[in-house]
Design a protein around this ligand. Structure first.
Ligand code: UD1
Ligand code: UDP
Length: 382
């Protein structure tokens, strides 16, 4: 009998990090019956990833509503997952990371006494309100899971501290690096693909793309719920100040579709000649811009893992991080959402070459691109 494994994800970053695993599971068709369920907690931003990795979900819960709150996501996913689990009856459910999709899908599986495997397990800040609700999501998902695929030794130690059984934890590396290598090799091996990425980017910029790509540009993203309101206003005010002080520096900002982000960002930043507000990018164009940028300003989790591979300094607009490995390596620095701090650190990176160089060394504490192989091997062994 083949093992029935259901991979469940719903947002852009989960899809990017689960895609290479779905592909790896498909390679083992003789032993594993693999199905994919997307909750579509994100819609357009999820579909962009599904298209790039050519994934056709077996189940699509299609739950996204504009400006949804946590109660809505949780209740819709929980009820719809019941039907999916009744229909497919998997032996195991795989979830990823710390979104409300992950925790709720894990809970739905637990209610049916189906084993849960947690990919990217064991990340912790130690503060349940930062990031919110992700820190609690990953703790709850961990508590609901039998198998824990930790990306690093540190993540493993976090789980050990919470008394998770040693034998149930596997250090695999982070699948984000598998996805990154897949993307980078796709781009490098196909000049046509590179051309189509440039065309896609050209269509999004309201200015000459080459002049941006040839300049020192800062790549910006942001979407954390705990930064809504004052946090985002301070972030935008710092970007205004940076844009005024350094007119030769471009700021490229693919704006998250969350209305709590789009609203203040477009209100406060439109009209600046050197600030380029664009639609969320599909994964390959984003990686293309990441590889060429001067440095990154972000509150994203995944980008903290990707940028160090390219030797790009990252200023993280949060007070905590569950990914301290790259902070210890010197590539990532926490700056919070304090305007002065963001501007001061940005100014240093632009003006002090030796400071920039000290942060710009390529580090890859998150894996070797073989995480999915390791995870699949374990899944076959269970
Ligand atoms: C979610 C996750 C967060 C993750 C982030 C990645 C939770 C609670 N939050 O936050 O952990 O880091 O995704 O980006 O699980 N929207 C669209 N189209 C899309 C996606 C979003 O229009 O494709 C808009 C909708 O109005 C939606 C809103 O953004 O209601 C918020 O989406 P939601 O998934 O609730 O929150 P994120 O901030 O995206
Ligand atoms: N990303 C993307 N397009 C963008 C911005 C980000 O494809 O316009 C990718 C990025 O490469 C990373 C992931 O999305 O893999 C990060 O997602 P996000 O910041 O939304 O979520 P988080 O990682 O904070 O949960």
């Amino acid at each position: 009998m083949k093992k029935k494994i259901l991979s469940v994800f719903g947002t852009r970053p989960e899809a990017i990090k689960m895609a290479p695993l779905v592909k790896e599971l498909e390679k083992n068709k003789d032993i594993i019956d693999s199905k994919v369920c997307v909750t579509a907690q994100h819609r357009e931003m999820l579909d962009q990833v599904l298209e790039i990795f050519d994934i056709h979900p077996d189940y699509d819960l299609d739950i996204m509503k504009p400006n949804q709150d946590l109660y809505e996501i949780t209740s819709r996913v929980l009820l719809k997952m019941r039907d999916v689990l009744d229909d497919y009856k998997p032996d195991m459910v795989l979830v990823h990371g710390d979104t409300t999709t992950s925790t709720t899908a894990a809970l739905a599986a637990f209610y049916k006494q189906i084993a849960v495997g947690h990919i990217e397990a064991g990340l912790r800040t130690g503060n349940i309100y930062s990031p919110w609700p992700e820190e609690m999501n990953r703790k709850m998902t961990g508590a609901l899971s039998t198998w824990h695929f930790a990306p690093t030794q540190l993540a493993r130690e976090n789980l050990r501290t919470e008394n998770v059984k040693e034998a149930n934890i596997f250090v695999t590396g982070n699948t984000v690096i598998d996805a990154l290598y897949l993307a980078a090799s796709k781009i490098k091996s196909s000049p046509e693909l590179e051309q189509s990425i440039i065309e896609e980017l050209n269509g999004l910029f309201h200015t000459d793309l080459a002049s941006v790509l040839n300049s020192k540009y800062i790549l910006v993203t942001g979407h954390r719920r705990e930064n809504f309101g004052d946090g985002f206003i301070h972030i935008c005010e710092s970007l205004q100040e940076i844009a005024r002080e350094f007119p030769e520096v471009n700021i490229v900002y693919p704006v998250h579709l969350n209305p709590n982000v789009k609203g203040p960002v477009y209100d406060l930043l439109k009209g600046f000649k050197n600030i380029h507000l664009i639609q969320p990018l599909s994964y390959l164009p984003f990686i293309y811009l990441l590889e060429r940028c001067y440095f990154v300003l972000t509150d994203s989790g995944g980008i903290q893992e990707e940028a160090p591979s390219f030797g790009k300094p990252v200023l993280v607009m949060r007070n905590t991080t569950e990914r301290p490995e790259a902070v210890h390596a010197g590539t990532v620095k926490l700056v919070g959402t304090d305007k002065d701090k963001i501007v001061t650190e940005t100014r240093r990176l632009i003006k002090e070459q030796s400071y920039y160089n000290s942060m710009a060394e390529a580090h890859n504490p998150y894996g070797d691109g073989k995480a999915c192989e390791r995870i699949t091997k374990q899944l076959i062994n269970f």
